[in-house]
Design a protein around this ligand. Sequence first.
Ligand code: ATP
Length: 319
Amino acid sequence: MLLLKDLKKSFRGFTLYVEGLEIPDNSYVVLLGPSGSGKTTLLRLVAGLETPDAGAIYIDGRDVTKSPVWQRDVGIVFQNYALYPHLTVFDNIAMPLKNRKLPRERIAKRVRHIAEILDIQDQLEKYPHQLSGGQQQRVALARALVKEPRVLLLDEPLSNIDARLRLEVRGFLKSLQRRLGTTVIHVTHDQEEAMALGDLLVVINNGRIEEVGPPSQLYSRPRSLFVFNFLGLSNVLPASRLGLGGNEHIGFRPEDVVVGEGRYTGNVARVEYLGPYKVLEIVFNDVVIKARVSPHLAVDEGAVVRFDVEKDKILRFPS
Ligand code: ATP
């Protein structure tokens, strides 16, 4: 339903180029990549806040490349929420409908409806500075959703919320998307957030899309070495270091290393205790291999251990 075709946008020293990206209806899409990779630029192009140098954007088959923001049927929530400080919560949420010149009773009805969905119906008379960060975020969401957009664009919406509340809001965003059936494009640089939320991940690196796929596929069977390294802890080394054939590099996850038995013997250089598991750094054949083990495994720094790698989990990447 959302299609980007040969889309190009250059700033001095940076070019974003999207050859083709198709985003299905009713899906939660997470745009993931390092700082400066072009995530926000891509979102702003879809919103109509930036004009592309070339290429086209289609929503439901309609070419919106030259349409202004208000004709695109998109809602946007910025990282800092960008609420109007001198307006009440009610007026903040009502703003997009007032711009459309809807009758006053209809506006009030829709504002109350969306406020109830987001559980801020008791905050409507307050001003933004009287709200907590999480409540401000829900007001920003309500304002973006009140016109029932086809596409909801979220730019790092969880970054201003403390870690504990973030988990809760994460679940809330996903169930809200399911309930309303909106297509969401959510920008983040946090790989855990991306995997938890996305039906589809779009990984972007240096202005190019590296790979698109469901989280489980990109985590365990990525085509791109960049994606493999970006989504969680990884081991990458020449195949020859483990005595495996071929000139390529191999990659495997720390949880696919078996410790305590196996073909290889190495030295434990570091043990990191992380609560539900431990990460070991095992030095073997001049390389460091990260292994994820049970927190109950008794192993100290300096220990000599046998280990192996689950064969069917090994990925091969061209050198
Ligand atoms: P972050 O995670 O840090 O927000 P990002 O992936 O969202 O990064 P963008 O904000 O899209 O990255 O920026 C991509 C590149 O484009 C950066 O090098 C940035 O400096 C540049 N850029 C973005 N907007 C402009 C602009 N209006 N004028 C000039 N350069 C810009």
